[in-house]
Design a protein around this ligand. Structure first.
Ligand SMILES: Nc1nc2c(c(=O)[nH]1)N[C@H]1C(S)=C(S)[C@@H](COP(=O)(O)OP(=O)(O)OC[C@H]3O[C@@H](n4cnc5c(=O)[nH]c(N)nc54)[C@H](O)[C@@H]3O)O[C@H]1N2
Ligand SMILES: Nc1nc2c(c(=O)[nH]1)N[C@H]1C(S)=C(S)[C@@H](COP(=O)(O)OP(=O)(O)OC[C@H]3O[C@@H](n4cnc5c(=O)[nH]c(N)nc54)[C@H](O)[C@@H]3O)O[C@H]1N2
Ligand code: SF4
Ligand SMILES: [Mo]
Length: 697
């Protein structure tokens, strides 16, 4: 038994960012506390962070590589596993081309640059992520319109904040920890919330806009019209820094306030009030969430929200939506070696011809991968290497995902647990959690900060994703582009700062210099040097240079013929505090707070359907069905069914319950109905029905 020590590190129980102090005793993490010096959280953490030791030291953890055999899983050593994987990958490249190997990861994690580095060196353009429905659209459309991702500058004290399709007090997503928002509200900032559910945040709002799901673009057009018609925009900014103002105003006329009110179901007066509050308070900011991205109108939504920030003069000002300068370290794009992918391979990116904005930021639509496996269209995919993702639970149309995972020739999964996805693999690699790794944390984010994540414990034979990829890279012939050890990689990442890993750890974090109104000196980083309301990049990619509006393909307005069988609007995936997507279901102190999935329905609907609180119900769409327990609440309006995502049951050893409560059995991934530029699937607005379950499960 070693003695007790405290390691200063950075949590990554969600998208990460909270500085923590990890108490270690006898080689085990026994407590995680907030680090008062953490530059983002200042000592505060959430329950997932506090319970991280129960994840790391969980009895179900994978602790050694596994290989599938006719008799079941067999434990193998790392060398045997990595040798075999290397050989199989090389054989795939030899016979079918590098593009026949698809790598994959899920939501933003610090391993993405290493994954792209491996893929780009290997020569495959295919890295499957969640980027089509999450964050990718903000990055791509942000680059197109203003050269970067505009992030709320909470330190600059916004006086009015629109929280749009986001619930940061629970989700702490991307660059944002909910703590910042809480501090601003306590400091007196005015709040507008755009959310169809009456969340605790909506209850606190000065103006709550409970729009019909999927109509965010219509609301944004309504607000833009109110601002333009009333002259509430910032003339000086528009005159000097905006490209395409006249064309944009002409387009806006096609979507007037009265139309917006009808489409969203909101009072025109209320839309006008929100527009006035936002545009006449300075500084003001839009804190956007993933609900704006998970549907067919995704790219339009993002463009419209950036237009709102721009014409009110809130881009790159203190307390507005700012562009943060990165600290002096190697950027994820350079670390990922994107330039090394040969041009002829880049052209082969799956779905790249169709979803050209996604292709622009190396993102692919999952359906394109399943189709390549199942139908060999446009070419066969023979290998899958999934590192930190559970697509059988988290991607649309789970039946199709299952078929593809079953069919692919050779599949490797790196995870902490034997998930339903890992259960389909040929080889499973046991990865290290954040408590077990050293890394320059938050390199992927755009908030101008990196922090030292320091290894606290070693669990079994687990290895970090960095180690796995570093070793595998050497086995497929790319020795010279990988490092002798991960410490060398960390020193390389830090090299522009002049610090070694040890020096960086002593400092704890590095922040980029914060500057504002950079456009006054250098313009925006677009080809016209202005904010492109009329996007020259979209034009070049063959898309409408101006935003428009697309109704969700399966809504009461677009598909009234379905209403007889599927009369209710299904929204999915609003975050809850205990779980991160499909994770944590095996962590008892979290699971006991939410043992089963809940689907929210209004008391009137519950009564009509004879459904009681806590009872199992079957939710059905045109594509499939699943079961969740009913939560009767007036937080949702009549006619809405708000289901949780990410459910499987690790305690069910056979099949792991992947098809019992998985809401992605009901979602769709038809490429013709996705967002035409990013390939975003419709996860937030669909039609469904709900019934009493025949028997309790
Ligand atoms: N219906 C519906 N579906 C959704 C959503 C929704 O709102 N509704 N949201 C979507 C969104 S926004 C996203 S981003 C995706 C997320 O999709 P995923 O990222 O696929 O979701 P996770 O469940 O987090 O899967 C991560 C898996 O990797 C493992 N893991 C976690 N960290 C690491 C690590 O550092 N290394 C390794 N090797 N493994 C690790 C976990 O144990 C888990 O099994 O889901 C999407 N799916
Ligand atoms: N605890 C926890 N934290 C997480 C995650 C997790 O799984 N669990 N996932 C992480 C990931 S990858 C992401 S992307 C973020 C997402 O986090 P957020 O961006 O905060 O998104 P959600 O909580 O999924 O949804 C926010 C709100 O969108 C509303 N909503 C649903 N449909 C619509 C609509 O059509 N329009 C509008 N305006 N609102 C709508 C829902 O009612 C919900 O309250 O969270 C991250 N943080
Ligand atoms: S908000 Fe995220 S980073 Fe912070 S403690 Fe919770 S899980 Fe960890
Ligand atoms: Mo996400």
């Amino acid at each position: 038994m070693g003695k007790s020590k405290v390691i200063k590190s950075v949590c990554r129980g969600c998208h990460g960012g909270c500085g923590v102090l990890v108490q270690v005793e006898g080689g085990r993490a026994i407590e995680v506390k907030g680090d008062p010096q953490g530059p983002i959280n200042r000592g505060r953490i959430c329950i997932k962070g506090r319970k991280a030791p129960y994840l790391a030291h969980n009895p179900d953890r994978l602790t050694t590589p596994l290989r599938r055999t006719a008799q079941g899983w067999r434990e193998i050593g790392w060398d045997e596993a990595l040798d075999e994987i290397g050989e199989r990958f090389l054989a795939i490249r030899e016979k079918w081309g590098a593009e026949a190997l698809v790598l994959g990861y899920g939501t933003g994690r610090d391993n993405e640059a290493f994954i792209y580095r491996f893929a780009n060196l290997f020569g495959t353009p295919n890295v499957l992520t969640a980027g089509h429905v999450c964050y990718g659209p903000r990055i791509a459309a942000g680059i197109a319109m203003c050269g970067n991702l505009p992030v709320v500058d909470y330190a600059g004290k916004p006086q009015c904040i629109i929280v749009w399709g986001c619930n940061p007090l629970v989700s702490h997503p991307d660059e944002y920890k909910g703590f910042y928002l809480g501090d601003s509200l306590r400091g007196g900032a005015q709040l507008i919330v755009v959310d169809p559910r009456r969340t605790p945040l909506a209850k606190r709002a000065d103006i709550w806009l409970p729009l019909r799901p999927g109509t965010d673009g219509a609301l944004a057009w309504g607000m833009l019209n109110a601002i333009i018609d009333n002259g509430w925009y910032y003339e000086g900014f528009v005159a000097n820094h905006v490209h395409g103002w006249e064309e944009f105003c002409r387009r806006a006329k096609e979507y007037p306030l009265s139309w917006a009110a009808e489409v969203t179901g909101l009072e025109p007066k209320k839309i006008e009030e929100a527009s006035e509050l936002f545009s006449r308070t300075s500084p003001a900011a839009i804190h956007w969430g993933v609900a704006t991205e998970q549907g067919r109108n995704c790219t339009n939504n993002i463009r419209l929200l950036i237009s709102l920030m721009a014409i009110t003069g809130n881009l790159d000002i203190p307390g507005g939506n700012a562009f943060f300068n990165p600290p002096p370290v190697v950027k994820v794009s350079s670390l990922g070696l994107h330039k090394r992918l040969p041009a002829e391979q880049r052209k082969k990116r799956l779905g790249g011809d169709k979803f050209r904005l996604a292709d622009f930021i190396a993102v692919i639509n999952p359906k394109a991968v399943w189709q390549a496996i199942l139908e060999e269209d446009p070419y066969p995919v023979k290998g899958l290497f999934l590192i930190s993702t559970n697509p059988l639970i988290t991607r649309a149309n789970a039946h199709e995902v299952k078929a593809a995972l079953e069919k692919v020739d050779f599949m490797v999964v790196a995870d902490f647990f034997l998930t339903p996805t890992a259960n389909e693999a040929d080889i499973v690699l046991p990865s290290a959690t954040w408590l077990e790794v050293d890394y320059v944390a938050d390199l992927w984010k755009r908030h101008g900060l990196v922090m030292a994540r320091q290894k606290a414990v070693q669990v079994g034979d687990c290895r970090s994703d960095y180690q796995i990829l570093n070793e595998l890279g050497k086995r497929v012939g790319d020795e010279k582009d990988w490092w002798p050890t991960i410490r060398d990689a960390l020193n390389y990442i830090l090299s522009p700062s002049g610090l070694t890993w040890e020096e960086f750890c002593r400092r704890g974090y590095l922040r980029g210099e914060q500057t504002f109104r950079k456009y006054l000196r250098q313009g925006f980083s677009t080809s016209t040097k202005k904010v492109e309301l009329y996007s020259t990049l979209f034009e070049r990619l063959g898309y409408d240079p101006l935003p428009g509006y697309l109704e969700p393909p399966e809504s009461p307005r677009s598909a009234p013929e379905l209403l007889k069988e599927y009369p209710y609007v299904l929204i999915t995936g609003a975050r809850i505090p205990y779980f991160f997507h499909s994770e944590n279901r095996m962590v008892e102190p979290l699971r006991h707070r939410r043992p089963d999935p809940l689907v929210e329905i209004n008391p009137r609907l519950a009564e009509e359907k004879g459904l009681r609180d806590g009872e199992w119900a079957v939710i059905v769409s045109r594509r499939g069905q699943c079961q969740q327990r009913v939560k009767v609440t007036d937080r949702v309006p009549y006619g809405m069914v708000a289901a949780e995502h990410g459910w499987w049951f690790p305690e069910e050893k056979d099949g792991l319950g992947w098809d019992r409560s998985n809401i992605n059995l009901l979602t769709e991934n038809d490429m013709e109905r996705c967002d035409p530029a990013m390939g975003a699937t419709n996860l937030r607005t669909l039609l469904c029905n709900i019934h009493k379950a025949e028997e309790a499960v």
